[in-house]
Each structure stands twice: as structure tokens, then as C-alpha cells.
Design a protein around this ligand. Structure first.
Ligand SMILES: [Mg+2]
Length: 418
């Protein structure tokens, strides 16, 4: 069976994260970096600002450029959320550099809606375009980020297809069309051929992949060592390097900061409880979407005086039920809140994630079965109408205290608001 590899690249990643964090930056030229531009928004690109350009040059070209140092932790959270979304489509997801991913979609069955959409190419080959559109919609709805996607039979083809899809597009190279697709790329676009190797090839008149085909395999080996063989295969769409699943997430975390409640201790605990219930519900929903169970939960608080507390506890049985997780998390919160100093951040982590065991159903009684059905129904409503469509259990305490949108309560942490 022909392999079908998806490559996903987040558009203007770090600059987009800044625009999500600070909505006043939307539509404005933004660059992230210190010294040189590490990432720029498309508005900045239109004004002549490019990645790797010195910042002083970028500011000369675009004097109203907004320059930010970037937030690595926030970016990492967004990156993990994109990886989580991709894992709903296939378990084989490789998290590569800062902002790109490979996913092996070989053998991923066409779903009913794809079949209905008649998603086959003229040659009768099935197309993954509908699936890519689903990925794009999910990433956009849940993170606010835009992604470019490429599909091909090898990593190289998929990666180069993505370059044709930026920003926000989908480029699929049908099986059998690899050579035609690769022919006109410059040689330095082939992974493994850096600027130095490319310069060497250009000296002997080899500028494009098509010209590279004429170079003898032995000569490539002599010039580039073991990499020569890889390059020989890559530029022909023949490389067989697999997508290597990055070990799946060991935990799912959700946290947010807020204005500390200054109206007295008695008000603080119910608010913290409601906030924890809400964050936990979001984490547990993701856990269910990933078809995993958690063995443990951790709760953390940051106090206004800089002290941080955290506690972790193991569940009696692995679970994905919001209410079962909250029963234990609530106890941890009570213990942490004994320190009567105002709190400015609450976080929760579901940890030691495991896939469900087939025999597990029997261990849990009918009550558990009923509860699980309930949460499946909650998830289905939210998948249709947004996370904000239903407020579960203890999180109701936030009603009237925080604004509610389609994506749930409006929190300070933008990756959660969306
Ligand atoms: Mg990118």
C-alpha cells in the first residue's frame, strides 16, 4: 500500500501566538525575536520583514513593526494542543521542530462523510483533502492558529507540498506524481542539502531537482557521504524513512491566571473550586477525545506572594470521568488552600495516561457505565456547539463571574479561551 504522509506546519507560529495572547496585535505587523526575526506575522511579511533578518533592518523596512520577545512556555502549550488534535486522526504523530509535525495516515480509513464527499482523485485514488480540512477546522477552532498541510507518499514530498500550501492551504501530491512534483524545486529545498551542499552543486550547474537526477549516485555518495544516498532517494520520492511517533503525552494540563479575589478568604475558596472544576472538565474532555484514562491528578496554585504549592494523588482506578477526577482534585485543593494567601493561578494536570484495557468495563459497576454515557453525551453536544454550550457541575460557580463565549468561559490564558 502506498504510504500517505501528512506534514503540518503552523503558519507564522510565534508571531501568531503573540497575536492570540494580545488581540490588539491582530492585523498588525508583528515580529518575535531578539537580535534577529525568529517569526513574523503575514502583515509583517507583506512589508518586507522576513525570518532570520536582523531586527534593525526589519524596523527600518517597517517602522511600526511590533517586536516581542516571545513566550516559549505559551508556545509549547499551543504546540502540544496541535499535536493532541493530530493524534485524534492517527496515533503516529511525530512532533518535529518548533512548529511542524508529520503524521502517518497510511490506512486511516475514509470516514462516511469523506466517502459521501466523493473524495477520490480523477485516477480513482482516495484523497485526504477532507481529512485535512477537518484538521484545519479543528486547529483553528480550538487554538486560533492557522496551519499549512502537505500530503505525499514520503516525508520529503509531504514537506515540500506544505511549502506550496502556505499559509493555511492544503497541497496533496497524488501517488505516482512525485517526480513531476519534485522536478522544479531548487536543490537546497531537498532535506539533507544545506546551503553549502547546494552551493557545491550549483558550481557544477545543478540548480534544480530535475538536474540533480542526472547526477550519478556514486558521485553523490563521494561528495556527501552517507547523506548522498539519502539525497538520491529523497529527490526521487523514494525515501522510506518512517514517521516516528513521538511518545504520546504523559499528561494533559490546563491552567489559568486571574485577578486575585480580594474580597476575603470566604469568597476565595468557592471561586478556586469552580475554576478548578472548569479547568479539570476541559482537561478531562481532551482525555476522552484522546481515548485515554488518567491514573493520577495534580493540582497547583500560585499565590500572590510568589509561593507555589502542588499536590498529586493517584486514583483508585484509571478514569476519564470529570466528576471522578474532581472528587480527588477537590480534596487536593482543600489541602493546598489551607495556606490562606490569595491565589493568582490555578492549574490541573491529568497524569500517567493509559489506554483503556478491554477488561476494564467489568471492574466498574453500572453506575460508572451510566456516568460515562453522560460524559459522552456532553462531549457530543460540545463537539457540535462549542465547549461553552454546557457548563458541568462545579464549574457553574463561575457563571456571572466570567464572560462566557462559544468556547467556554473567557479566561486570561488565550489557548484555553479558544
Ligand atoms: Mg511555520
Amino acid at each position: 500500500m502506498d504510504r500517505r504522509i501528512l506534514h503540518v506546519d503552523i503558519d507564522a507560529f510565534l508571531a501568531s501566538v503573540e497575536q492570540l495572547r494580545d488581540p490588539t496585535l491582530v492585523g498588525r505587523p508583528v515580529a518575535v525575536g531578539t537580535g534577529v526575526v525568529a517569526s513574523r506575522s503575514y502583515e509583517a511579511k507583506a512589508r518586507g520583514v522576513h525570518t532570520a533578518m536582523p531586527l534593525h533592518e526589519a524596523l527600518r523596512r517597517c517602522p511600526d513593526l511590533v517586536v516581542r520577545p516571545g513566550d516559549a512556555r505559551l508556545a509549547e502549550r499551543y504546540r502540544q494542543r496541535v499535536a493532541e488534535i493530530l493524534r485524534r486522526f492517527t496515533p503516529v504523530v511525530e512532533v518535529c521542530s518548533l512548529d511542524d509535525f508529520y503524521a502517518d495516515l497510511t490506512g486511516v480509513p475514509l470516514r462516511v462523510e469523506q466517502a459521501l464527499a466523493g473524495n477520490t482523485t480523477l485516477d480513482g485514488e482516495r484523497s485526504l483533502a477532507t481529512l485535512c480540512r477537518e484538521v484545519r477546522t479543528a486547529v483553528r477552532a480550538e487554538t486560533g492558529l492557522s496551519v499549512a498541510q502537505g500530503v505525499g507518499s514520503t516525508r520529503t514530498v509531504a514537506r515540500l507540498a506544505t511549502t506550496k500550501a502556505k499559509p493555511g492551504g492544503i497541497c496533496e501530491v497524488a501517488a505516482g506524481r512525485e517526480l513531476e512534483f519534485l522536478a522544479d524545486f531548487p536543490v537546497d529545498a531537498v532535506p539533507g542539502l544545506g546551503p553549502k551542499s547546494a552551493a557545491l552543486l550549483q558550481q557544477v550547474g545543478v540548480h534544480t531537482v530535475r538536474q540533480l537526477w542526472a547526477v550519478d549516485r556514486e558521485l553523490l555518495r563521494q561528495s556527501f557521504g552517507a547523506r548522498g544516498d539519502e539525497v538520491w532517494a529523497r529527490c526521487r520520492g523514494l525515501d522510506e524513512a518512517p514517521v516516528q511517533a513521538t511518545p504520546t503525552l504523559r499528561s494533559i494540563s490546563r491552567e489559568t491566571s486571574f485577578e486575585p479575589r480580594t474580597d476575603g478568604d470566604s469568597q476565595q475558596l468557592p471561586f478556586l473550586r469552580a475554576m478548578l472544576a472548569y479547568l479539570l472538565d476541559r482537561a478531562a474532555s481532551e482525555l476522552r477525545a484522546q481515548r485515554l484514562l488518567a491514573r493520577a491528578v495534580q493540582v497547583r496554585l500560585h499565590h500572590v506572594d510568589g509561593v507555589r504549592g502542588e499536590r498529586q494523588r493517584t486514583f483508585a482506578e484509571p478514569t476519564d470521568r470529570t466528576d471522578a477526577c474532581m472528587a480527588v482534585a477537590g480534596e487536593l485543593l482543600e489541602e493546598l488552600a489551607l495556606r490562606r494567601v490569595l491565589v493568582r493561578l490555578v492549574g490541573v494536570t491529568l497524569a500517567s495516561l493509559v489506554p483503556p484495557q478491554p477488561a476494564q468495563g467489568a471492574l466498574f459497576g453500572d453506575g460508572d457505565k451510566e456516568r460515562r454515557k453522560l460524559f459522552a453525551a456532553v462531549d457530543a453536544v460540545r463537539a457540535r456547539h462549542g465547549f461553552g454550550a454546557l457548563v458541568v457541575g462545579g464549574a457553574a460557580g463561575l457563571l456571572g463571574q466570567l464572560a462566557v463565549g462559544k468556547h467556554g468561559f473567557v479566561l486570561r490564558t488565550p489557548s484555553l479561551t479558544k
